[in-house]
Design a protein around this ligand. Structure first.
Ligand SMILES: Cc1ncc(COP(=O)(O)O)c(C=O)c1O
Length: 428
């Protein structure tokens, strides 16, 4: 393991690369020689293994036609379940508690349709004001479908500083009228990790179901959803899990809820042996598989076979160790090299509270990102003022991080960003 002290030199970055026990995985990714990718928290890069398993799925289609459901390299009929099994170690669950299906927002709809059970005066949903907008839209529409006004029934915990959430504030908001809590595992902007274990225990003490959006943590940090007794969780696989654009998402349901009827039912939620009986009464799978709706998007599942194999080999604890270390290294370098340029690190300093990226705040952030891209660095911008930089454990080198900070320093010193309008691009 790399040593913990810090030197700002290129020699030191190269030494850290030599000591990096995960460095062998870097060669498996398609990296461009003239560019440094810092956006793996938005869209992970393609690996050769993910490409191979995608092409194998295409070959199965070519070779087997309809029989690809049960034959070939990766039979499609049980692929969502097999990938659930491969994903389970990333979230700390047993294989039956995880299924790879749907997308983040669709899975949230499914889980809210199932676990939002308003009764008496317990009718409200608790979320937070920093969460990702799609989650809020989904919750608002779920409330409307049940005849509740989102303005009065969706409670959003406030942030004290616009950056972080305090667990105490969330717990204070767990009042008697809350039926369900939906929170992020890691905040998408600041990268703060919430204390999921504590929040789950506090929610359950008050008889409230709790679920987490794991988009910004799965593949970057370990979880213990089963041990913490989390009711459910959902996430995407296109960020840290490198499953490709629009890759199929994942969901976890605690085994204590097995046997409940899914809120949004469909035939792929059937017990596998019953599905093709074609009965008009659903017999739900006695696993998280019950929360599937329709036919799986096989070509968007296939890259995950190769990608998740890499996670099994690397180990999520090792990934977290490098991720924390390389992110700490990035923050050390920023503090050392960029102190004069008004860039504020808006990410928690403590390891236990930090996810997989570093947020830099600056009023010129949009055009600093444009200048970084012009200089071959791919960052990510989140309005109004955040530059997200994500060194990824499986494919980012310490030398690349060192170079990114040198490039950023030159951009700031020469005010190169002034060549660009301070407006966001369409996507990032
Ligand atoms: C935290 C979070 N939640 C939800 C979503 C929406 O995901 P999807 O578009 O896959 O439904 C995203 C997308 O980036 C996200 O980052």
């Amino acid at each position: 393991m790399v040593s913990d002290h810090f030197l700002p030199t290129l020699d030191y970055a190269e030494q850290l690369d030599r000591e990096d026990s995960l460095s062998r995985f870097r060669a498996e990714f398609y990296l461009k020689p003239d560019s440094i990718y810092m956006d793996g928290n938005s869209l992970g890069l393609l690996s050769r293994r993910a490409e191979r398993t995608l092409l194998e799925a295409v070959a199965d289609w070519r070779e087997h036609g309809i029989d690809g459901w049960t034959q070939g390299n990766h039979p499609w009929f049980t692929l969502s379940e097999s990938l659930g099994e491969l994903s389970a170690p990333l979230v700390g669950a047993s294989p039956e508690e995880v299924i790879v299906t749907g997308s983040t927002t669709v899975n949230l709809h499914q889980l809210v349709a199932t676990f939002y059970q308003p009764q008496g005066t317990r009718t409200k949903i608790l979320a937070d004001e920093l969460t990702f907008p799609s989650d809020i839209y989904a919750l608002q529409s779920q409330l409307r479908i049940r005849g509740y006004d989102p303005d009065t029934h969706l409670i959003r915990v406030k942030s004290r500083d616009g950056r972080f959430l305090e667990e105490e504030d969330i717990i204070d908001a767990m009042t008697d009228d809350i039926a369900l809590i939906i929170l992020p595992t890691v905040l998408y902007r600041s990268g703060q990790v919430l204390d999921m274990q504590r929040l789950t225990a506090e929610a359950h003490r008050r008889g409230i179901f709790i679920g987490f959006d794991g988009c910004h943590s799965v593949g970057a940090i370990p979880h213990s959803f089963s041990e913490w007794d989390v009711d459910f969780a959902y996430w995407c696989n296109y960020k840290y899990v490198n499953g490709g654009p629009g890759s199929v998402g994942g969901l976890y349901v605690n085994r204590k809820h097995f046997g409940a009827n899914p809120g949004l039912a469909g035939w792929f939620g059937s017990r596998k042996d019953k599905q093709f009986d074609m009965e008009h009464t659903l017999t739900p799978a006695e696993t998280a598989g019950a929360y599937q709706i329709g036919t799986p998007h096989v070509l968007s599942l296939a890259p995950l076979i190769g990608s998740l194999e890499m996670f099994a080999e690397a180990g999520i604890e090792n990934i977290r160790r490098k991720s924390l270390h390389i992110n700490r290294y990035l923050m050390n370098l920023i503090e050392h090299e960029l102190a004069d340029y008004g860039l504020f690190i808006g990410t928690p300093g403590e390891d236990a509270r930090r996810g997989g990226h570093v947020s830099l705040e600056h009023e010129e952030a949009a055009r600093i990102c444009k200048a970084l891209k012009k200089n071959g660095v791919i960052p990510d911008f989140r309005a109004p003022n955040v530059i997200r930089l994500a060194p990824i454990a499986l494919y980012t080198s310490y030398t690349e991080v060192w170079k990114v900070v040198q490039i950023l320093k030159k951009i700031m010193a020469e005010e190169q960003y002034k060549l660009y309008p301070n407006e966001r691009e369409v996507v990032s």
